[in-house]
Design a protein around this ligand. Structure first.
Ligand SMILES: CC(C)(COP(=O)(O)OP(=O)(O)OC[C@H]1O[C@@H](n2cnc3c(N)ncnc32)[C@H](O)[C@@H]1OP(=O)(O)O)[C@@H](O)C(=O)NCCC(=O)NCCS
Length: 392
């Protein structure tokens, strides 16, 4: 009798593949917890730098630790001139996520620690990556617009400095704080696709730059981080509140998804979405220059109702939905929304690489190696018979 093995063509949904101390996503109750802290509390009370420290070092920093961590990030807030030169030679219409992914191995070439497999070296590289990915994104936007990259400011925190390096203008305090909150909210989300990609590469004992390049590639997809840019494209296409219902019907009729709705884990609204929505509303009300929040709010309501009508079940809003209107109000170009996700999630990816390589909570495979069930043909009835070229 043939051996019967379970085959999981389900994208590993519901399959627990490792223990982690970094993050819990409680999809049933809509709770997101970084190292024991509710994400809402972190967004309200902690900066991105504090959260990056928490993820990497397993505790919130005290004032001295935070000052030292910020000093180390600031010391890395620049790119090697050779990397800037390479960016200047890229086609101006290259996809920003491709640029970001390609920049990671370039940065590795200038990192003295890549051959050092100690945990201390991986943490040093993590700090460099957290500081530098944001600089790559800002520098690339300047370069593709025929402008020189802006020199970093030592007076601004990570989020405000990113906005400054993007536009050349110091953002107002509220906008800097709102981006900082958004970075906190995006910093970590357990074993999502990109984090799994990072950990899978880390399990081979490749250096952290290889893990991060893989993670950025994974994040770029529309069903993952790429959804926030797709949300903004959708809003541009809709154009005005009165067009929302027609748009929703048209997308459902065509069997397309409404970006920013649905999640692989949450059975509730994403706990991050409400905070992002409220920041988006505040900025839109204050600036009065756009109506993307208003359209998003109608789209959420109409999309949810239409889904219920057609599928008989509920669908919920995810983190990407209101990121579109929020980042628009901050003056960030729509195709940089996913890179902005990456400059935050880099903190979580690095924490996972460290955990994968050094701090697993329980025995785990030294190398991820799932199996597949072969369902293809064999070339002969009993054996694989090779057919010479002339006989085919
Ligand atoms: C995120 C996502 C991939 C999760 O998928 P999932 O929970 O595994 O659900 P499935 O892809 O299996 O979809 C289940 C059903 O809901 C539908 N559905 C899921 N998300 C939908 C959406 N955003 N809009 C319309 N229909 C949607 C699917 O078409 C499918 O319908 P079917 O059963 O008739 O084929 C999915 O919701 C999606 O594509 N969302 C849009 C992209 C997005 O916002 N991604 C960012 C995630 S943070």
């Amino acid at each position: 009798m043939e051996e019967c093995r379970p085959v999981l063509n389900t994208g590993l949904r519901g399959v627990v593949i490792a223990d982690t101390r970094i993050c819990e996503v409680d999809g049933a109750n809509g709770r997101l917890i970084y190292r024991g802290y509710m994400v809402q509390d972190l967004a309200e009370n902690a900066s991105f730098e504090e959260v990056a420290f928490l993820l990497l070092y397993e505790k919130l920093p005290d004032s001295a630790e935070l000052a030292e961590f910020k000093r180390r990030l600031l010391a890395e807030r620049h790119l090697p001139p050779e990397v800037i030169d390479v960016l200047k030679k890229r086609p101006k219409d290259a996809l920003p996520m491709d640029i970001l992914q390609a920049a990671v191995p370039l940065l590795a070439h200038h990192d003295p620690d890549t051959a050092d497999q100690s945990m201390e070296a991986v943490l040093r590289m993590s700090i460099r990556l957290i500081a530098k990915l944001a600089i790559v994104v800002a520098a690339w936007d300047r370069i593709r617009n025929d402008k020189e990259p802006v020199e970093p400011s030592a007076d601004l925190d990570h989020a405000a400095n990113f906005l400054y390096m993007l536009s050349g203008e110091i953002p107002d305090e509220e906008m800097g704080r709102f981006l900082d909150k958004a970075l906190v909210l995006h910093a970590e989300h357990s074993f999502n696709a990109s984090t799994f990609a990072a950990r899978e590469v880390a399990s081979t004992r490749a250096h952290i730059y290889a893990s991060i390049a893989a993670a950025i590639g994974s994040l770029s997809g529309d069903l993952h981080g790429g959804a926030n840019t797709r949300v903004m494209e959708m809003l541009f296409k809709i154009g005005s509140v009165d067009k929302v219902t027609d748009f929703v019907n048209q997308e459902f009729d065509a069997g397309r998804v409404i970006f920013g709705l649905g999640h692989a884990v949450y059975d509730t609204d994403d706990p991050r979405a409400e905070i992002i929505a409220s920041m988006s509303k505040v900025l839109e009300d204050k600036r009065g220059k756009s109506h993307w929040y208003e359209i998003s709010a109608k789209l959420e309501k109409t999309g949810k109702a239409e889904f219920k009508k057609r599928k008989g079940s509920d669908i919920y809003v995810n983190v990407d939905f209101y990121s579109g209107s929020l980042y628009f109000s901050m003056g960030i170009p729509a195709d940089l929304y996913t890179p902005v996700f990456a400059i935050s999630r880099i903190a979580g990816w690095c924490a996972h690489v460290v955990e994968e390589q050094f701090a697993g909570a329980a025995p785990k495979p030294t190398l991820y190696r799932p199996e597949s069930e072969y369902i293809g043909d064999y070339c002969g009835p009993d054996v694989c018979e090779f057919t010479p070229l002339d006989d085919r």
